[in-house]
Design a protein around this ligand. Structure first.
Ligand code: NAD
Ligand code: MN
Length: 830
């Protein structure tokens, strides 16, 4: 045998990692209790469940099955701990978190072994990816604890957070949840997944070891139906952070609707892996291995749909098959194994069923010639070709080592195919042409885009979904906002800032204002406004001037840049505070909303125009509003009965606010993250899409402008329901919008019943977000309905805010709600 022959035939010998230290640790602790207040507490039920080793199918340990009573105890502990921890200085929290990071490193090998034993993932991955990233997450967030007071001065912790995580990255998901929560001063009750609790319990030991104050971290193992649901419904919890399947995410959205609990959801995916014909195919092959065979394909952002440019498809598929033939499956503790075991028999069965379905649907299945181990739960790497985009395997998340491939011809077709999914978690783009890659990246509906790389994660860079992959980000500065709320919310809307802005910009300059006007405006039935009432301005009344009744005005709705009558043909009366009729607006219905949503979609090019252009148009709207300052002031007076000066201040703040968002349009920039990698991650705030907006009744003009301006500044298009009680300022606005070069369809205004119309918007699958400012009950209905397509919601739970105040009425809270962050990873170097 010569050297070449030896090289080619050489088999891997076994390279096992010792299981003994992990097994000894388990032996010492099993059966495991619950971790509450830094103590091991037996479950109230006295029940325990088995945790199995998926590589053997045999039980590894017994862990406590928590129930309602334990959830109550743990939440009470977290509540009590929050009293202190929430006020603990950032530097002190940073020291604890630093200690956690250190201890994760000190126990890294034990953690890696436990993770492989309990989950079935290869030791190479737990040792080199999961556990180092866990440590990194605590280091990185120790830094944010240190900086919170200076970098997020207007924010405070949310309180007690309930955290629910899946089994695919047990300790890493724990870190993604606990690190930002503690950094921002919250306390937590965390539930690991039923199959993979062991590393969380080892983590609990670390918490004890470093002397974290009792109650800050509590860990409850057990069944979803017991612990998970009880956490979600518990009134003592201020926020739920969930990672798991879209179905469960949807049920949590419904269960928490209207409760005021903050919510972040990291859900499923069916992420595209797009290969253009100029890509480096050898790198692509290794990329695919990482995309879909990493962690047995049990990765939420797995590149499970391979989209290949047609002219290179055969070549790539051939190369892939050769590579698959060389993948090694087997004992997760073997350091030379690429693919370990599937987490549970149930998961294995589900993968098999979906694969069978793919075959039945006519796709061509290919698997390597070698066989899987027969003991334990293994599934071979699988490749489907001839897949048509509408079939089950092309649409449903398989959550296993199964890749489906399809072809495209042009970049536009690639984008269309990539976005042909309900999900939007991640995407990966392969091309040596950076122009092409960076042109495609913003068009992909996904929270993370990897260019010439895949499945890269880092604490510095936010991760999270678009569409039915959920909302909220984990990691990066963008992720911190999931664990804080504006300070003013606790104090309530009537704090000292009120009117500050109005006073600042308008001292003594309430234009055209005179007492006469106020009286005139408040006087009598204003439906027909006669010139007599309206001529306090010293015009010369001699000559041919005759006082005439004013011409009747019919405020219409505004859809696709056109004034339209309501589809139903009904009008609704508008009254002033004394109950006098002051006008009529169209009674919008379902059809009007649908038309408006369609128009808003058709205007989606707005997001791809330049930010400079959007800024200019917002300035122009402000300019045109200021031309009509007096008219709008009178409208406010007429609808609210407030004094002229007060109304004039509202109009002026509205104009100033338009300036603010014109200013922000080209300055809300995102950041460049610095993960430990040769390359950069661009965290770009992007438009969400079509946003439905239900305006508050207070401040009929300012409420409308304060919500519409940030949305359109960020490139969203909107369907707005003006104040139900005082809609006339908004309907007057269409004349301002029409004269300001705003493209048709960017702002659509449908008047009518706030709650009925909001319901239609919240139910609509082509609306990507819904903002609702009205009654608590209406907000709850919006949150409930939003679960349909997992649209993002922003509701006020019936609490008013002071729209005149700069802190409550404008700024980064609004800009954040109007955007979602896409993280684009760009490694460099040849
Ligand atoms: P799952 O939704 O079944 O379970 C996730 C967690 O929720 C578990 O701890 C489970 O016990 C708990 N749970 C289940 N039902 C519940 C309920 N009604 N109320 C409260 N809690 C409940 O998901 P899974 O099978 O563990 O994980 C796989 C899914 O997770 C996949 O869809 C995957 O895409 C997704 N995932 C997403 C991300 C992400 O960051 N987006 C990361 C990992 C996994
Ligand atoms: Mn297990």
């Amino acid at each position: 045998m010569n050297v070449t022959e030896i090289f080619e035939t050489m088999e891997y010998g076994p390279a096992p990692e010792a299981a003994a230290p992990g097994l000894a640790w388990i032996q010492e602790h099993s059966p495991f209790s619950l971790f509450i207040n830094n103590q091991w507490v037996e479950p109230a039920s006295g029940q325990y469940i088995d945790s199995i080793n998926p590589a053997t199918g045999k039980p590894l340990a017994k862990v406590a099955a928590a129930t309602n009573a334990d959830v109550d105890t743990a939440v009470a502990a977290a509540r009590a701990a929050f009293e202190t921890w929430g006020k603990t200085p950032g530097h002190v929290r940073a020291r604890y978190m630093y200690a956690i990071a250190r201890h994760v490193q000190k126990h890294s090998r034990l953690l890696a072994v436990l993770e492989s034993l309990d989950n079935g993932k290869p030791i190479r991955e737990t040792r080199d990816i999961d556990i180092p990233l866990v440590a990194r997450h605590f280091y990185y967030h120790a830094g944010w604890a240190q900086l919170m007071e200076s970098e997020l001065p207007a924010y405070e912790p949310v309180g007690v957070v309930g955290q629910i995580i899946p089994w695919n990255f047990p300790l890493l998901m724990l870190a993604w949840k606990i690190a930002p929560a503690l950094a921002m001063g919250n306390t937590v009750v965390l539930k690991p997944a039923r199959y993979t609790s062991l590393t969380a319990l080892k983590f609990a030991e670390i918490v004890q070891e470093i002397g974290l104050p009792p109650g800050v971290v509590n860990i409850l193992t057990g069944e979803a139906s017991q612990v998970g649901e009880a956490l979600v419904r518990h009134p003592g919890i201020n926020k739920i952070a969930f990672t798991g399947s879209t179905d469960v995410g949807r049920s949590i959205r419904r269960a928490t609707a209207g409760s005021g609990k903050k919510l972040s959801l990291e859900l499923g995916g069916k992420s595209p892996f797009i290969v253009f014909d100029d890509a480096d195919l050898d790198s692509v092959v290794e990329g695919v291995v990482d995309a879909i065979w990493f962690n047995q394909g049990q990765v939420c952002c797995a590149g499970s749909r391979l989209l290949v440019q047609e002219n290179i498809a055969d070549r790539l598929i051939e190369k892939l098959r050769v590579r698959m033939e060389h993948l090694r499956i087997g004992d997760p503790l073997d350091k030379a194994v690429d693919i370990g075991a599937i987490v549970s028999p149930g998961q294995l069965k589900q993968i098999q069923e979906l694969v069978n379905q793919g075959v039945e649907e006519g796709a061509v299945m290919w698997q390597p010639s070698w066989a899987c181990p027969t003991e334990g739960y293994f599934f071979p790497p699988t490749l489907f070709t001839d897949v048509s985009p509408a079939t089950t395997i092309a649409q449903v998340e398989i959550f296993g080592p199964v890749l489906v491939s399809m072809t495209f011809r042009t970049p536009a077709e690639a984008v269309e195919l990539a976005n042909n999914t309900r999900y939007g978690l991640a995407a990966s783009v392969w091309s040596e042409n950076i122009n092409l890659a960076l042109d495609v990246a913003p068009r992909l509906k996904a929270g993370t885009v990897w260019i010439n790389c895949t499945n890269l994660f880092d604490a510095s860079s936010g991760f999270g979904g678009y569409r039915e992959s959920g909302f909220g980000r984990e990691g990066g500065k963008e992720g911190l906002y999931e664990y804080v709320r504006p300070k003013w919310e606790t104090i309530g809307p009537t704090d000292g800032h009120a009117k500050a802005e109005a006073e600042l910009i308008a001292p003594g300059n309430v234009s055209n204002g005179s007492d006469g006007d106020v009286e005139a405006a408040q006087d009598g039935n204003r439906f027909i406004m006669t010139e007599e009432e309206d001529n306090e301005d010293g015009r010369d009344k001699s000559g041919p001037y005759v006082a005439l009744p004013s011409i009747d005005r019919t405020p219409k709705m505004f859809i696709a840049g056109k004034q339209v009558r309501p589809d139903g043909g009904y009008s609704r009366d508008v009254y002033d505070p004394q109950g006098r009729l002051i006008g009529q607006v169209g009674e919008g219905n379902r059809k009007d909303i649908r038309n408006a949503v369609e128009a808003a979609h058709a205007a989606s090019g707005w997001a791809f125009g330049t930010t400079h252009n959007r800024a200019q148009i917002l300035y122009y709207i402000a300019e045109n509003l200021s031309v009509r300052e007096d008219e709008f002031t009178r409208r406010v007076v007429q609808q609210t009965g407030r004094s002229y000066a007060d109304a004039a201040a509202e109009v002026q703040v509205a104009i100033s606010r338009l300036f603010s968002y014109a200013a922000w349009a080209d300055k809300y920039e995102g950041v460049v993250h610095r993960p430990p990698l040769r390359g950069a991650v661009l965290a770009m705030p992007e438009a969400i899409g079509v946003i439905g907006i239900a305006c508050p009744d207070e401040y009929p003009l300012l409420g409308f402008i304060s919500l519409v301006a940030p949305a359109i500044a960020m490139g969203d298009t909107v369907v707005v329901i003006p104040s139900q009680q005082s809609p006339l300022c908004a309907t007057d606005c269409y004349q301002v919008l029409e004269t300001s070069d705003l493209p048709g369809g960017v702002v659509n205004i449908v008047t009518g019943d706030r709650d009925a119309l909001s319901q239609v918007l919240a139910d609509h699958d082509d609306v990507e977000a819904m903002w609702y400012f009205g009654q608590a009950e209406g907000g709850k209905r919006v949150e409930l309905a939003s679960a349909g397509n997992m649209k993002r919601t922003w509701v006020n739970y019936g609490h008013p805010r002071n729209w005149m105040d700069k802190v409550q009425g404008e700024g980064d809270e609004f800009l954040r709600e109007a955007t979602q962050v896409k993280n684009i990873w760009i490694p460099y170097g040849e």
